[in-house]
Design a protein around this ligand. Structure first.
Ligand SMILES: C[S@@+](CC[C@H](N)C(=O)[O-])C[C@H]1O[C@@H](n2cnc3c(N)ncnc32)[C@H](O)[C@@H]1O
Length: 196
């Protein structure tokens, strides 16, 4: 985790700008549309974005009509770059307990970096309202994932890859289930989750 924090700390200043450049813009556009479909309507909903980075999904949630959006990231420099209107929290999503629940929880591109992915599922479960819906985006076992892995390895960061079975087991371990599972772009999967 230390390596991931160091990498994202150094990447924070122009993280959003870089993700707007090709090929990331194309990849992230496809991923974002899959996350939109997985998380469902955000109109007048409260949204928690875990591992929010510079706020691609948090900002998108506001644009899609969310009434309140809270973005959580380990790296303070990321949280400082959040779009106006997003409430930022600097914290480790693995141990986060805000003491409130949300209609929607989004976690995009976080799971692969944490030492124990179970902790992120436990945080999602703890913050998801009774009828809530969560969407997670993660690297899936597709050929192009090797490029994503190599990119992070070149910055000293090892990432994990998840298949549907692994996501289902992690969800079941915290009393959640998969509502929907789809491939999103060249190397990612998206799962929609709800309480059992
Ligand atoms: C690949 S980026 C994705 C950012 C954003 N979700 C997006 O899609 O643009 C991963 C983010 O997760 C954050 N992160 C990594 N480990 C974390 C943790 N344990 N708790 C909270 N944030 C974490 C990093 O600082 C980084 O901003």
């Amino acid at each position: 985790m230390g390596e991931a924090r160091t990498y994202f700390d150094s990447a924070a200043a122009d993280y959003r700008k870089r993700s707007e450049r090709f090929p990331w813009s194309w990849i992230r556009g496809r991923e974002a549309r899959a996350v939109d479909a997985a998380v469902g309507s955000l109109a007048d909903r409260s949204v928690l974005d875990l591992g929010c980075g510079a706020g691609l999904y948090a900002g998108r949630a506001l644009a899609r009509g969310a009434r309140r959006v809270v973005g959580v990231d380990l790296v303070e420099a990321m949280v400082r770059n959040l779009p106006p209107g997003v409430e930022g929290v600097v914290a480790d999503a693995a141990s986060l307990r805000l003491g409130e629940t949300f209609d929607r929880v989004i976690s995009a591109g976080l799971l692969e970096f944490v030492p124990d992915p179970v902790t992120i599922f436990a945080t999602i479960e703890a913050h998801l309202g009774a009828d809530g819906r969560a969407a997670i985006l993660f690297p899936a076992p597709l050929p192009a994932v090797l490029v994503y892995q190599a990119f992070h390895l070149s910055h000293g960061v090892r990432i994990r890859i998840f298949n549907r079975k692994a996501i289902a087991a992690l969800a079941a371990g915290v009393g959640m289930r998969i509502l929907d599972f789809r491939i999103a772009g060249p190397f990612a999967g998206v799962a929609a989750l709800a309480h059992i």
